[in-house]
Every structure is written in structure tokens, then in C-alpha cells.
Design a protein around this ligand. Structure first.
Ligand code: NAD
Length: 252
């Protein structure tokens, strides 16, 4: 394992019970970092703890669509740690409903979780990071945010991820002068709880045609670029929106 410099530093991972979030938590903890994972899925958060070395991992069950709940939980975590060195926003929900059919309710829910909640999480950690002149934030976005719709995600999902890419740049530009970096990673087709229920023969054939490596990423393959950007190894990278898509977007 490369030395990411996580030892004895403090991190928050939202969506930490998810496939990619869990892989991120495991890498940080295995490198000696302290992590608090936040997710709605308390059972998986608890189970994750039993697979990790004692003392480095904590979790909070919270609804990350609620800005009030986010601010309250993040205040507790910040108080417990003192200094927050990094935040990874892995939380997300998929929306496959076309723009012509998506309901207002579904739209609002997807934007609340994928964009507004991430904004509230970032705003909750920024005072701590800015006062320490130290911090790294990584947002897990999607190729959908660049392409106007991804391999599955469309309408509200693509819009939320496009907004997340813009939010990433806003934070990078505003907070970079004070030593706080913010970057995003855009996966495409990643083996995960999020997409596996959609993986019928027709969709698999379609996705294989869209991704030049002709296979999904593992959760670990998505997680490694995230922890790289989070770490001091990426100390001169700020405002970057990185594709981790097996060759799909090919933007310049
Ligand atoms: N899997 C893919 O193919 C893919 C592709 C592109 C982008 N992404 C992005 O990667 C990130 C991680 O997704 P994943 O693939 O690991 O999926 P996942 O479903 O395994 O993880 C998402 C996590 O978010 C949590 N969550 C959802 N709504 C919540 C809420 N209201 N409050 C608290 N937690 C909530 C879920 O419980 C889950 O643990 C997401 O932001 C997703 O949009 C995934």
C-alpha cells in the first residue's frame, strides 16, 4: 500500500455503507487514518466496523437529504475529532427516469441527496478546514454530469452531478488560497449496490459497448483515485474533475 499520509488524521466519508464508500473507508483505515462513516444504512455501517481494526472507525446513521441533520451530525463529528483533514462525499442515489417523465418529488429527492446535502456537508467542515489552513474534499460525481446523462443515470441524476462538478470548482477556487483543496471523481460503470439491480442482459451489452475496457470497475478501482486525490500525494491538484470511467467520456 502506498503511503497516502493518512496516519492519525481524521476523515469523514458520507455514503460510507455503499460499495465505493466502503472501499474508501477500508483504504483510509488500513493506512492508519481515523474515519467516521455517515449513511442512512446503519446495519451495514455497523457490520463494516466488525471487519476493521478497532479504534480507527466510527459511524453515524443519518439522512443525508436533510441539511439540518447533516449540520447537526457534522458538528458532533467535528467536536469529537477536533481537526478534520478530509471529507469524501460518496453518498448518492440513481435516477433513471427520463426528463419528460420524472416527477417533481423524484427530482427534489435526487437533488436533495446528491447536491444540496453534499453542499451542506462541505459547508459544515469548511470552517474547521479553513481555520487550520488544511483540508481535502473529494466529491464522487459521475460521467452523467458531463455527458447530460450517463450509462444509466439521467435527468435529475445527471443534473445533480453536473451541479456537483460546478460546486467542486467553486470550493476549489474559493478555498484553495487558504490551503483547502476540492476535487471530484466521475465513475461510469462500477460494480455496486446502486446499479446491480439494473444489470440485465440488455443493459450489460449496452454498457459494454459504451466503455472501451468492456467491463465495470470494481469498487476498489473507483476508490483508489478518490483516496489519491484526498491525500497529500495530490497536494497540487485542485478543482480537477477526474474520469474513472474505463474509457467512456474521452473529454479534452
Ligand atoms: N456505481 C456506479 O456505477 C456509479 C457510477 C457513477 C457514479 N457513481 C456514484 O458513486 C457514489 C457511490 O455510489 P455506489 O456505486 O457506491 O452506490 P451505493 O448505492 O452502494 O452507495 C450509495 C450510498 O449512499 C447512501 N444513501 C443514499 N441516500 C442516502 C440518504 N438520504 N442519507 C444517507 N445515505 C444515503 C446509501 O445508503 C448507500 O450506502 C454515488 O455518488 C454515485 O452516484 C456510481
Amino acid at each position: 500500500m502506498p503511503d497516502f499520509g493518512f496516519k492519525d488524521r481524521n476523515y469523514i466519508v458520507t455514503g460510507g455503507a455503499g460499495s465505493i464508500g466502503r472501499a474508501v473507508v477500508e483504504i483510509i483505515v488500513s493506512c492508519g487514518g481515523n474515519v467516521t462513516a455517515v449513511d442512512l444504512d446503519g446495519a451495514t455501517l455497523k457490520e463494516l466496523g466488525s471487519a476493521l481494526p478497532e479504534g480507527r472507525y466510527r459511524y453515524k446513521t443519518a439522512d443525508l437529504s436533510s441539511p439540518e441533520e447533516i449540520r447537526s451530525v457534522f458538528a458532533e463529528i467535528t467536536e469529537a475529532y477536533g481537526q478534520i483533514h478530509g471529507l469524501v462525499n460518496c453518498v448518492g442515489v440513481l435516477c433513471t427516469t427520463p426528463i419528460t417523465e420524472v416527477t417533481q418529488e423524484e427530482w427534489d429527492r435526487v437533488i436533495a441527496i446528491n447536491l444540496t446535502g453534499v453542499f451542506a456537508a462541505i459547508q459544515s467542515v469548511l470552517p474547521n478546514m479553513l481555520s487550520n489552513h488544511c483540508g481535502s474534499i473529494v466529491n464522487v460525481s459521475s460521467v452523467a454530469g458531463k455527458l447530460g446523462g450517463g450509462l444509466l443515470g439521467t435527468s435529475a441524476y445527471a443534473t445533480s452531478k453536473g451541479g456537483l462538478n460546478a460546486l467542486t470548482k467553486v470550493v476549489a477556487k474559493t478555498c484553495g488560497p487558504q490551503g483547502v483543496r476540492c476535487n471530484a471523481v466521475c465513475p461510469a460503470w462500477t460494480d455496486s449496490r446502486m446499479i446491480n439491480s439494473f444489470m440485465n442482459g440488455e443493459n450489460i451489452a449496452r454498457l459494454k459497448q459504451m466503455v472501451s475496457l468492456r467491463r465495470p470497475a470494481t469498487a476498489e478501482e473507483a476508490a483508489y483515485p478518490i483516496v489519491f486525490l484526498l491525500s497529500d500525494l495530490a497536494s497540487y491538484i485542485n478543482g480537477e474533475i477526474t474520469d474513472v470511467d474505463g474509457g467512456c467520456t474521452f473529454d479534452s
